[in-house]
Design a protein around this ligand. Structure first.
Ligand code: UD1
Length: 420
């Protein structure tokens, strides 16, 4: 199993390109199942989760061709199987996103039930209840969700009890080919949902209220293939900015967008960062200063994202003062705290809040990655620690960060991958 070795102490300095968004690429790949002709996707990140979704499409008989510039052509007209097997779903919960598209277009889907994961139980009850409201018959049998709609889905008025990103995406994709009008209330508003909706509109879908918490969808008979370029990854963007702030550095990130991470940029400014932005770039400069602690509370977009919480915990660990980080989305998502404390951080847990008393420096140690964003916090901690940090189980990082060690090396970090 690969490991990362980081020798801390170098402030990040330089310019890198931000990759396409994983969390937008995954639902857009699922949406290719809705198209009557080939889809041409650009700017998909080269990540394990994206490869898993492509394998899932391939195992259903979908044609997938990748060109030399990572452009992907996907043609679902050759589909001959409507199942997402356990082996693939267990490695990636987002496989559940094929449920809505398969059911609405082909009338059947057998998707392995996604289990829990390190950050909590993560049920899919809202996905299923929404599809039932559109007329689907759903049974859970032998670990599989078996959904049927032999005469197609029909529009419904559905209120989501919890703001769910994946639930909103699944139901939106189901609604675009359902008969009649669907209204999704209390919908998630994440930029990745806007990206998915924009792609669906380009395929011929009729969607009103894009970017709001109430989506109205008028079902159409068919959707056509189209060309679409996936948005930049706002969490990768936020991670490199936070890493630069923690190391007192200066970075310029290209091919990204400032408008999609306002809450994060405001918190970084509160921490003492000087931020400037252009149409497709963001620059952060700490002017050599230690960051100041900030309080953070995660909530659905446009509030502070849960996927940036662990990175801010790491920055607060070396900041001036005391900061509180409260997690409200997932029940067990402060798992990075114990590993950070092993590196000399002073963090105590009070329920779903981490109280972080900043220390001047951390000390390198062997640590273990436990989930994607928790791993990113360990990389940040390693870069501000004295001596060497060895991070084990980095397959978690590879699920969400394209070429992380190459990008950090370009920014001057002392980081290496070793085969374990
Ligand atoms: C997506 C993101 C993930 C991010 C999360 C929250 C992808 C591939 N992943 O995950 O990176 O951390 O949004 O921004 O885009 N819930 C239910 N019932 C349901 C669905 C969700 O109770 O049917 C709960 C979950 O357990 C969780 C909360 O709702 O507590 C939010 O989850 P959700 O927004 O659905 O997260 P994902 O779509 O899985």
């Amino acid at each position: 199993m690969d490991k990362l070795i980081i020798t801390g102490g170098n402030p990040l300095n330089g310019e890198i390109r931000i990759s396409g968004s994983k969390n937008s690429g995954l639902p857009i790949l699922a949406a290719t199942l809705l198209a009557d002709g080939p889809m041409h996707l650009q700017n998909l990140p080269h990540l394990n989760d994206i490869t898993t979704m492509l394998s899932l499409l391939r195992c259903m008989g979908v044609g997938v061709t990748i060109d030399e510039r990572m452009g992907v052509e996907i043609d679902s007209t050759s589909i001959n199987d409507f199942a997402a097997p356990y082996d693939l779903v267990k490695t990636m919960r987002a496989s559940i996103l094929v449920l809505g598209p398969l059911l609405t277009r082909f009338g059947k889907a057998d998707v392995s039930f996604p289990g829990g994961c390190a950050i909590g139980s993560r049920p899919v009850d809202i996905h299923l209840r929404g599809l039932e409201a559109m007329g689907a018959q759903i049974e859970v049998d032998g670990g599989y969700i078996r959904a049927r709609a032999p005469h197609g889905l029909k529009g419904a008025h559905f209120f989501m009890d919890i703001v769910t990103v994946g639930g909103t995406e699944n139901l939106l994709m189901a609604a675009v080919l359902a008969k009649g009008k669907t209204v999704l209330e209390n919908a998630a508003r994440e930029p990745e949902i806007v990206d998915l909706a924009n792609c669906l509109v380009r395929m011929g879908a009729q969607i009103e209220g894009i970017g709001s918490d109430s989506l109205t969808i008028h079902g159409v008979e068919r959707l056509q293939g189209c060309a679409y370029s996936v948005m930049p990854d706002r969490i990768e963007t936020g991670t490199y900015l936070t890493a630069a702030a923690a190391t007192r550095g200066r970075v310029r990130l290209r091919d990204t967008a400032a408008g999609i991470l306002d809450a994060v940029l405001l918190k970084l400014e509160e921490a003492g960062a000087h931020i400037s932005t252009g149409a497709d770039w963001i620059e952060l400069d700490m002017k050599g200063n230690r960051p100041r602690s900030v309080n953070v509370r995660t909530a659905p977009y446009p509030a502070f994202p849960t996927d940036m919480q662990a990175q801010f915990t790491a920055m607060n660990a070396v900041a001036e003062g005391t900061g509180a980080v409260t997690e409200t989305i997932f029940e067990n998502r402060l798992i990075q705290v114990h590993e950070l404390n092993r590196m000399g951080a002073n963090i105590t847990l009070e329920g779903n809040t981490a109280i972080i008393r900043g220390v001047p420096r951390l000390k390198g140690a062997p640590v273990m990655a436990s989930d994607l964003r928790a791993s990113a916090s360990l990389v940040i901690a390693g870069m501000v620690a004295d001596g060497e940090t060895l991070i084990d189980r980095i397959y978690h990082i590879d699920r969400g960060y394209e070429c992380i060690e190459e990008k950090l090396q370009i920014l001057g970090a002392n980081i290496q991958r070793v085969a374990g």
